[in-house]
Design a protein around this ligand. Structure first.
Ligand SMILES: Cc1ncc(COP(=O)(O)O)c(C=O)c1O
Length: 417
């Protein structure tokens, strides 16, 4: 059926917020509990014998939800990455592979560990292309950082197979994909260590917050020490047989105030995922057959969180007019997600570091060096200029979904046929 755009009446859509849109009395109650007890610090409060419960409860419920052995709450997702890299023992002289298309802190956390970030192409999942692992591995490669981009798991089967073959560790960055599953397993528990972010834009939020998860007791102990000045407090000693000597960790602890809100949000995560998946399914039913759109490849469609629809147009010039019409009909597109190719960012172009002599790139004769220039990533460049991302907030109703589907069909038929 030919959809006529002009016959569709413009509809006011709700905000595209995720976890933040669900903040309510549950968060309020837990937060007030912390305030009333006057115990905002996780390791001790009014009673020195009994540590306050929120961060501990958050970790416990996160373990149960993810089916992970250990979880550690930290102050944000960027610290979680730095903690995880520290736990893996990554430092000067090591290389870590990461997708060229990912969030700033994926690159900066590796730089701050002293290791060299090695940029890899993405594929049509918008996550790291598994074939990049054998291509980029050198004897110095210690790990690969997988970014499960915006609610969809990377192709973990192929990635795990390539990583095990190469003998490198797998760090899963699940900041944008809490609760997402791949072959029935939650992301964050498939590789060696995983991280989450509870920043404002995420599926569960406490403004700033994060977590590190692992099934490995030594990685857990190293994470705990890394996040708390090298210490192992009694609470954590009760979780694991201590085997690591103290080292100079950072200070990345989560407060009880953050934990209270994050805990209430964790309890709403499955509801959020179900609602977003439902919205996505209704829209896809309407637009999935459209001839001139090509959709994001989702390695395990049963497990994604469905809060964003990605489709490619045939030519980059079609993107502007398509977005203009979406906006005219009140459908938001994701221009400001913050993701960009690292080679476009200052820290990659001019290699600024905190102190001279501290960059793994100091020895480079010229800059940007090979591997850090746009021309090194033809596959990624092919992918990132032709797609449109439509964010689907948790408050969207079935009628909203149906409307978005009809608008996309209408624009497709008006502009592309
Ligand atoms: C993929 C990815 N990794 C890491 C982070 C860092 O998390 P945070 O903002 O909590 O530091 C973010 C989020 O902003 C992200 O999207």
């Amino acid at each position: 059926m030919h959809a006529h755009l002009e016959q569709i009446t413009r509809r006011q859509l709700p905000s595209t917020a995720l976890g933040a849109a669900l903040i309510g009395s549950e968060e309020e109650e837990l937060l007030l509990d912390v305030i009333r007890r006057k115990e905002p610090f996780r390791y001790y409060g009014t009673n020195l014998e009994t540590p306050p419960p929120m961060a501990a409860k958050l970790e416990e419920e996160l373990c149960a939800y993810l089916d992970a052995r250990y979880a550690l709450a930290v102050c944000n997702g960027t610290s979680a990455l730095e903690v995880a890299l520290g736990a893996l023992g990554i430092g000067s002289g090591d290389e870590v592979i990461l997708p060229v298309w990912s969030w700033d802190s994926c690159f900066t956390s590796i730089m701050r560990s002293g290791a060299t970030p090695v940029l890899a192409e993405i594929d049509q999942t918008l996550c790291l292309d598994p074939a990049e692992i054998p291509r980029l591995c050198t004897p110095r490669t210690k790990a690969v950082m997988i970014v499960h981009y915006q609610g969809v798991a990377a192709d973990m089967e192929a990635i795990m197979a390539e990583s095990r073959k190469a003998g490198i560790k797998v760090l899963e960055d699940c900041a944008e994909s809490p609760g997402v599953t791949h072959q029935g397993q939650r992301v964050g528990t498939i590789g060696d260590i995983g991280i989450f972010s509870f920043q404002y834009a995420k599926s569960m939020t406490c403004g700033e917050g994060g977590a590190v998860v692992t099934n490995d007791p030594v990685l857990y102990e190293r994470s705990v020490r890394m996040h708390d000045l090298g210490k192992m407090r009694p609470y954590h000693e009760g979780k694991v047989a201590v085997s690591v000597n103290r080292f100079c960790g950072g200070q990345y602890r989560m407060t009880e105030l953050q934990a209270a809100v994050a805990l209430a949000q964790l309890r709403k995560l499955e509801t959020l995922r179900e609602r977003c998946r439902r919205t996505q399914a209704i829209i896809m039913q309407r637009i999935g057959h459209l001839k001139h759109l090509q959709f994001r490849s989702i390695p395990d469609p049963i497990g994604d969180s469905g809060f964003e629809i990605y489709f490619w147009l045939e030519a980059p010039e079609q993107v502007g007019p398509f977005i203009e019409l979406l906006e005219k009909w009140g459908v938001a597109t994701l221009k400001g997600s913050g993701t960009t190719c690292h080679y476009n960012l200052e820290y990659c172009q001019s290699q600024p570091t905190l102190a001279s002599g501290s960059s793994p790139f100091d020895a480079q004769q010229s800059w940007p060096a090979p591997g850090y220039q746009k021309t090194d990533f033809p596959k990624t460049e092919q992918l990132i200029h032709r797609f449109i991302a439509v964010p689907l907030g948790v408050l969207f109703t079935d009628e909203d979904a149906d409307y978005i589907g009809r608008v996309i069909c209408g624009i497709h038929d008006t502009l592309l046929t």
